[in-house]
Design a binder for this molecule. Structure first.
Ligand SMILES: Cc1cc2nc3c(=O)[nH]c(=O)nc-3n(C[C@H](O)[C@H](O)[C@H](O)COP(=O)(O)O)c2cc1C
Length: 218
């Protein structure tokens, strides 16, 4: 596990998983941070929630000669990205469904690193015509390979149920629409955030116990 804090507030990075101009992910991630700011753990200082926008990271397609598992990062952009992800204890991924999976930019960003994801906790929020659940299933499998534990509550926002297209000119596929989550979505997101904080605390406690009993590991 890399850089994970063993005490102090749980630092949660909200990963904005799409990068195209006019993307809806920024509105969804903005809603996540708003809801998170009202969460008791965040209000009490037990949790800190920050946006991590992949578009700002500007990562090229994977150009590292050595697989991330070996931790031999050669490029400055990889080391910078490792510093960003290493600074968080947990993540909340916001991703759309692109052709039954996650956007290439998100897969690429995961593939760049290994240790910095390891042993951390994540929640998944997807969106798409049918909630983007297939992207969520793929992301969960991908995260399993880098040893990220995904909490049980997942959120799937429907493009035609959780977004309002009333102001969109007919036939304009670029209109971002207005995010208007259905009743109950905020409660589900709050539950997911609770799970992220609780599971991270549990992993910290397990790590501390293992440190006290080194004969139990390895
Ligand atoms: C390349 C591409 C592929 C898509 N494929 C799917 C899909 O398989 N299933 C789905 O429900 N929506 C699909 N959509 C619709 C997206 O879920 C929707 O446009 C969403 O807003 C895209 O996220 P973004 O706005 O953050 O880029 C696709 C959109 C794009 C751009």
């Amino acid at each position: 596990m890399q850089n994970t804090q063993t005490s102090g507030p749980v630092r949660i990075g909200v990963i904005v998983g799409s990068t195209r101009p006019g993307r809806r992910s920024t509105a969804v991630a903005g809603w996540v941070t708003q809801v998170a700011s009202r969460h008791p753990a965040v209000r009490d200082g037990e949790g800190v929630v920050e946006l991590v926008d992949l578009a700002e990271q500007d990562l090229p397609l994977l150009d590292e000669p050595v697989p991330a598992l070996f931790g031999d990062y050669r490029n400055p952009h990889t080391r910078r990205w490792a510093g960003v992800i290493g600074g968080y204890d947990a993540f909340l991924f916001v991703t759309p469904d692109y052709n039954r999976s996650i956007p290439a930019a998100l897969k690429n960003a995961v593939d760049y690193l290994y240790a910095e994801w390891n042993g951390k906790v994540a929640g998944l929020l997807t969106y798409g015509v049918q909630g983007g659940t297939r992207a969520g299933d793929h992301l969960q499998a991908v995260l399993g390979e880098v040893r990220v534990v995904v909490v049980p509550t997942r959120l799937a926002l429907g493009l035609f149920t959780d977004f309002d297209f009333a102001d969109a000119p007919p036939g304009d596929p670029t209109h971002p629409a207005r995010l208007k989550p259905e009743d109950g979505r905020e409660q589900s997101l709050t539950t997911m955030l609770t799970e992220i904080v609780t599971w991270t605390a549990a992993l910290r406690a397990a790590g501390a116990a293992a440190d006290r009993r080194p004969e139990l590991v390895g």
